[in-house]
Write a protein that binds this ligand. Structure first.
Ligand code: PA5
Length: 369
């Protein structure tokens, strides 16, 4: 099996073979991600009235779903480290009761038509929150224009989960513009783009399995349910992104959790490992400086790995780069390659999201009745 999988993934250097497995062009979007991040950072905002005033904003709520919500998760990680006010990510129709005039509501929907995001935006307007938006158009952009909200219009026409650079970087620029982050990210952004460009070269379809860690991991995960463990903080956000990419690109179940919390409950799920975990595979997402900067976490990871490895193979992925921004983006970028290669091995189209479309259509029909 491994040999035939190696052959399949090594055949991808031939463009025709790649196109046969990837009829809707997911790999091109994955390879284009570093440039998309550069482009995303250069997108200009269409500022509405009063948008730059440093009024008494006390909190930021980023509202969005699925592929559009991940941009908020990334922002929250940066705000946890460098923010002057708290940021939370909201994935629902409703907003917390405390949202009001002192809230900046960042509404993000790639399509601009996601009903939960539209409902939360309407709730934000009602609560008199200040609202800014990131979208490629749709109803959200229309609401933005009608209400005079600052809006970043990003290029449309691709799956939202491949548009993280377009969704995240303009939101980052906006928070900087409003002075809600105590750091200038220009240098870190440049480092991030270079790290991502290097990764695209190292993990791309032309690089054979023998030199390609992303292809190797995809082969090892065939037939397994990936269980992602972030070692702490932003690696927990990355673990959730990996899980979602396995769900959407590969169409398989995957689960995620983060340390130290995992050590207080889920670690026991491995006790009956032999009975239930024979097809699980654990992936630890780690920071290269953990040993030095977070020795307690490094010890926790070592002990957890040992317990988990009693029943299942354990893999480790390390973030790359120096800045938090580069480490954050690099650790999620690896997931794009692994989940798409694994989709090829299953003979699944990585782009197709039939069940999500089906659900949205069923909900739309219900409204139009
Ligand atoms: O990946 C996807 O297609 C979904 O997770 C969408 O991002 C989600 O349904 C929300 O849609 P949108 O991103 O257009 O707001």
């Amino acid at each position: 099996m491994q040999d035939s999988h190696t052959q399949i993934l090594n055949s991808l250097s031939n463009r025709d073979n790649l196109t046969k497995l990837d009829t809707l062009g997911m790999m091109d979007l994955v390879l284009g991600f570093p440039k998309q991040c550069r482009d995303g950072a250069a997108i200009s905002w269409q500022y509405g009235h009063g948008s730059t005033a440093q009024t008494d904003i006390r909190n930021v709520v980023y509202t969005g779903l699925g592929g559009s919500a991940i941009g908020g998760d990334l922002l929250r990680c940066l705000a946890d480290e460098y923010g002057s006010i708290p940021i939370i990510v909201n994935r629902d129709y409703t907003l917390p009761a405390w949202v009001g005039p002192s809230t900046l509501l960042l509404a993000a929907s790639y399509s601009g038509n996601t009903e939960e995001t539209l409902a939360a935006t309407t709730a934000g307007l009602k609560a008199e929150a200040q609202i800014a938006m990131v979208t490629s158009g749709g109803t959200l952009a229309k609401i933005g224009a009608a209400e005079g909200c600052p809006v970043a219009i990003v290029p449309g026409g691709q799956p939202p989960r491949t548009a993280t650079g377009y969704l995240f970087f303009p939101a980052l620029t906006y928070l900087q513009h409003r002075h809600f982050l105590r750091k200038d990210f220009q240098e870190d952004s440049e480092e991030t783009f270079l790290v991502l460009e290097k990764m695209a070269k190292e993990y791309g379809p032309d690089v054979p399995v023998e030199q390609n860690p992303a292809k190797q991991l995809a082969i090892q995960l065939f037939g397994k349910i990936p269980v992602l463990y972030g070692s702490q903080g932003y690696r927990g956000v990355a673990a959730y992104r990996w899980k979602c990419q396995f769900n959407e690109n590969t169409k398989i179940a995957a689960f995620s959790n983060v340390l130290p919390e995992q050590n207080h409950n889920e670690i026991l799920a491995w006790v009956l490992g032999e009975k239930q975990a024979s097809n699980w595979s654990a992936i630890f997402l780690r920071d290269p400086k953990e040993e030095e900067l977070q020795p307690r976490i490094a010890t926790r990871v070592a002990v957890t790995k040992e317990l988990v490895s009693r029943t299942t193979p354990v893999h480790e992925i390390f973030a790359q780069g120096e800045s938090l921004l580069a480490r954050l983006l690099s650790i999620i970028y690896m997931a794009d390659f692994v989940t798409v290669y694994l989709a090829y091995l299953y003979g699944i189209c990585p782009t197709d999201i039939g069940y999500i479309d089906h659900l949205k259509e069923a909900l739309a029909k219900e409204v139009s009745k």
